[in-house]
Design a protein around this ligand. Structure first.
Ligand code: TXA
Ligand code: MG
Length: 371
């Protein structure tokens, strides 16, 4: 009798397991001329309330119908994302913007003209049709018109504004390759469209254009300097480069969460290049004495200066766009190879360098030392 019950329980468990595990369709497309049947399939899944991960020029997004609260809730479940962290609605033409916001302010018009389509997200007052499930209960909505051909084709095929956070499990580095999405979300979403590596590699700049003075909420490839050149002046939200703090309420709710935390302890080393190299080599020796698996995040210029540690090359230190494109791939690699402690060089904070240092600080949990 007991045996019969055990067998019955096993059968129920495996049936439930089968039911919970979803089959994820994986399709690879050309990044310039994507296969139309794949695009139409992705569009149909989105119309039916499903989840589709797709490439954008910044990072891969996890898309759902941005006007359907149930579809948006599925995004939070698949990612394990806190429900007060709002989503960005992605559009593929300017007319769509009119239907999801209440007002397009003068500063919004200026930056749209200069930088859309592209890696810039704008926060504007939301229209009634946008559900609070997409905005985390806020009266504003974040909107982006991406440049990536595959992203635009999928949004166009769906005929909808597409809510899409980065397509990673909550807390992991944003995915810049379809393989990263497979690793985090396979069997949790309906479809993954692989359109090759994301060219920018860092999430979009977020600018709040609801008030008189635009406020930068998250730095990205549309840099502070570029925004100032079009808008005259902007403010930087105080939460941008501060350690997450319960007392501090950032205007972009997502900025309060610890992001991009590899399992390895990451430590940023500031100072003159030769001092940094010397200091890191000393720290490597100490870590090895303690039996720890140690790594270094370095540039092309310095990669051969470190000894007895795993060296991960971020790129040419004078080409922030190269460092940006490689950063999240390398942060993921730290865990794949099981490093325990990683020392990182730091980069010039002008232009896109500001976004790179913002993400590196978050990855390190603001663990910084001076050489
Ligand atoms: O590049 C990107 O922006 C990528 C791709 C897929 O487009 N998406 C992305 O989404 O990075 P996500 O969800 O990982 O980050 C969205 C950020 C969060 O920090 C969130 O708090 C902020 O945007 N956000 C969304 N709606 C907002 C709003 N109404 N007001 C202020 N911040 C908002
Ligand atoms: Mg994200």
């Amino acid at each position: 009798m007991t045996l019969v019950l055990v067998e019955a329980a096993k059968n129920i468990k495996s049936a439930v397991g089968r039911y919970n595990t979803m089959i994820t369709i994986y399709e690879k497309v050309d990044s310039i001329l994507p296969d139309e049947t794949v695009i139409l399939k992705a569009g149909r899944i989105l119309q039916e309330g499903g989840l589709v991960a797709f490439p954008t020029e910044t990072v891969y997004g996890l898309g759902a119908n941005g006007l359907d609260a149930c579809a948006c809730k599925k995004i939070y479940e698949a990612k394990g994302r806190p429900s007060d962290n709002p989503l960005i609605l992605h559009i593929s033409n300017i007319e769509q913007l009119n239907s999801i916001v209440n007002e397009i302010t003068d500063s919004a018009k200026k930056v749209i003209e200069a930088f859309w389509p592209g890696p810039l997200t704008l926060v504007l007052p939301k229209a009634a049709c946008v559900p609070y499930a997409a905005t985390g209960g806020l009266e504003t909505v974040a909107v982006r018109f991406p440049e990536n051909v595959v992203a635009c084709a999928i949004i166009q095929a769906s005929g909808l504004p597409i809510a899409a956070p980065s397509a990673n499990s909550s807390g992991k580095p944003s995915p810049t390759r379809a393989s990263h999405v497979v690793f985090d979300l396979n069997e949790k979403i309906d479809m993954i469209v692989d359109g090759g590596p994301a060219s920018v590699g860092i999430e979009s700049t977020i600018l709040d254009v609801t008030g008189d003075v635009p406020v930068l909420l998250r730095p990205g490839a549309i840099t502070e300097e570029m925004l100032v050149s079009v808008l005259g002046s902007i403010e930087i939200d105080t939460a941008v480069n501060q350690r997450p703090d319960n007392k501090l309420i950032p205007k972009a709710p997502g900025m309060k969460y610890t992001h991009y935390s590899p399992k390895a302890e990451v430590i940023l080393v500031y100072g003159e290049q030769e001092h940094v190299i010397k200091k890191i080599n000393k720290l490597i020796a100490i870590a090895l004495e303690k039996g720890r698996k140690v790594g270094v995040m370095a540039s092309n210029q310095t990669k051969d200066c470190y000894f007895k540690a795993e060296v991960l090359v971020l790129g040419d230190k004078d080409k922030p766009e190269e460092i940006g494109a490689n950063l999240f791939k390398i942060l993921r690699k730290l865990d794949y190879i099981g490093l325990e402690v990683v020392y990182s060089e730091v980069f010039e904070e002008t232009g896109e360098g500001a976004a790179i240092m913002n993400r590196l600080r978050k990855a390190s949990g603001f663990h910084e030392i001076q050489a």
